[in-house]
Design a protein around this ligand. Structure first.
Ligand code: SF4
Length: 65
């Protein structure tokens, strides 16, 4: 599973960072960075972050479910 960010759609509101801060991080210029790709331990939170993004700017690749 791989997370992809649509930077055009992201409005830097920090919802994803609040749910999975080990993966998503906003910098001081409101650019969203992926710190890592989700491992088994963060998969559930990353799925929740993807569902919770109000701008639908996050998607998952290689997801067979
Ligand atoms: S929740 Fe969505 S809009 Fe908000 S910072 Fe994350 S990717 Fe951007």
């Amino acid at each position: 599973m791989r997370v992809v960010v649509d930077h055009q759609a992201c409005e830097a509101n920090g919802v994803c960072e609040g749910i999975a801060p080990e993966i998503f991080q906003l910098d001081e210029d409101d650019n969203l960075h992926l710190l890592d790709q989700p491992g088994a331990d963060s998969e559930e939170r990353v799925r929740r972050a993807v569902r919770s993004c109000p701008k639908v700017a996050l998607s998952l690749e290689g997801d067979r479910e």
